[in-house]
Design a protein around this ligand. Structure first.
Ligand SMILES: [Zn+2]
Length: 65
């Protein structure tokens, strides 16, 4: 990516421009996308545990009758 202030090329993970010291705002966007991924993972874990509970309940009822 390139610095918005001076146009110098910077690495993707750098928080500041190495040439002029301009703060690169993209780190904030990366944090937001990470939060979205974590939220998606939590939802996936929730769905998986619900399925496990249903499967467990069904097998429990199956063994009883
Ligand atoms: Zn710069």
């Amino acid at each position: 990516m390139f610095c918005k202030k001076c146009g110098a090329e910077t690495t993707d993970d750098s928080a500041f421009c190495p040439k002029c010291g301009q703060i690169l705002n993209d780190t904030k966007q990366q944090l937001n996308s990470n939060e979205k991924v974590q939220g998606g993972m939590q939802l996936l874990v929730m769905i998986a545990s619900i399925i496990l509970i249903i499967v467990g309940a069904v097998s429990f009822i199956g063994t009883c009758s």
